[in-house]
Ligand binder design. Structure first.
Ligand SMILES: Cc1cc2nc3c(=O)[nH]c(=O)nc-3n(C[C@H](O)[C@H](O)[C@H](O)COP(=O)(O)O)c2cc1C
Length: 345
């Protein structure tokens, strides 16, 4: 019998796949790229390689934090790690806090590094983790970076979630004491300019805005919570597009922005790049392909992303992913209204 915490991890996996189609909205559909007919470039001048902090990545997208802690999570992490290795993708593990009270859970995380000894692996913990915990998880995964998640909406919808959210001092201290880069990330509710400014003010240089549009942890936790009903919060937070516009307004030169939340095509990756993302994380969409259609289907999908991305960069006359910020676009519908009211364009 698995622990309650491990069961929660299994429920997340199952609900994230069950609910994905119901909750998925693509804010990036409201961004229209302006086509240019004379790009003056050839495909062999283009590279998909990017840098995120001091991490050198072969592609501008990676497998974002999802799971660990149960037998099912072990299986999924193993399959994702094999795909990450074969396709040269970075991969983040899910939150590893479970290992501090359930040592059996360790192998569901360490398997990622075992499978992929030379790949880029990112560890993940809550922003309230202490230094010893952060060091232990980095050691377990031989992690190249650590993600700290900030997830108020998720915790407050959970019947037994956290209720205290004083995170800034701890994040600052972890950044100052750890010797790997620290990424601060949302979990699908997006960020606004003031949040990004606060993070920058304490020295955070890698920020994953993880916006609304894909996996929805209000909907997931609401299904798990039988004591109260938070279904009215299903549209909480800023979409991925809105969050990227917020970031564009206030980001400092040394800040790297990571986009995630509802990314489900190479065109979404490109659109995130146009809005200033330096790297793009994909969680729910890849999980859905894996669970519903299997490993071969996910490999085929990722292979297609890796083939089409350089051609999309060529289409837009960009030699690198970061050059995408020079591409013109217009906004439509709700996203245009949001940008106007927030003075973001
Ligand atoms: C099953 C599942 C479990 C997740 N667990 C974590 C986690 O442990 N830590 C974390 O930072 N984010 C977690 N996330 C959130 C994702 O990393 C991402 O921020 C969010 O799902 C939005 O991206 P998406 O729409 O591509 O799924 C999880 C997502 C899924 C689908």
């Amino acid at each position: 019998m698995e622990s309650n915490h491990a069961q929660r991890k299994n429920e997340h996996l199952s609900l994230a796949t069950k609910l994905y189609d119901q909750v998925h909205i693509n804010s990036l559909d409201n961004l229209q790229i302006i086509h240019r007919s004379l790009p003056e470039i050839s495909l062999d001048q283009v590279t998909t390689a990017t840098k995120c902090g001091n991490l050198s990545l072969e592609f501008p997208f990676y497998i974002e934090a999802m799971t660990g802690g149960s037998q099912n999570a072990y299986k999924i992490n193993r399959e994702l790690a094999m795909i990450a290795k074969k396709h040269h993708l970075a991969m983040a593990a899910g939150s590893a806090s479970i290992i501090f009270h359930d040592p059996n859970a360790r192998k569901s995380f360490s398997i990622i590094r075992e499978i992929n000894p030379d790949g880029i692996v990112i560890a993940n913990l809550s922003a309230n983790a202490n230094l010893e915990q952060a060091q232990a998880v980095i050691k377990l995964l031989k992690a190249d970076a650590l993600e700290l998640h900030i997830n108020t909406a998720q915790e407050l919808v959970m019947a037994d979630g956290d209720r205290d959210f004083h995170w800034l001092t701890n994040i600052k201290s972890l950044i100052n004491h750890l010797d790997v880069p620290v990424i601060v990330k949302e979990v699908g509710f997006g960020m606004d300019a003031s949040t990004i400014n606060l993070l920058q003010s304490i020295g955070v240089k890698l920020i994953n805005i993880s916006g609304r549009g894909g996996t929805n942890f209000v909907a997931i936790e609401n299904r798990r919570n039988h004591l109260s009903d938070f279904s009215f919060l299903n549209n909480w937070g800023q979409t991925t597009l809105e969050s990227l516009l917020e970031a564009k307004k206030v980001r400092k030169r040394e800040t790297q922005i990571i986009a995630s939340g509802g990314i489900c095509s190479p065109l979404d990756v490109i659109k995130a790049g146009i809005l200033g993302a330096n790297e793009v994380g994909v969680a729910g969409y890849f999980l859905n392909v894996l669970i519903h259609n299997g490993t071969d289907a996910l490999e085929k999908e990722i292979n297609n992303w890796e083939i089409t991305l350089p051609r999309l960069l060529t289409l837009l006359g960009c030699k690198t992913f970061n050059e995408l910020t020079s591409v013109d676009f217009v906004l439509h519908g709700k996203e245009l209204e949001y940008a106007q009211q927030r003075h973001l364009i």
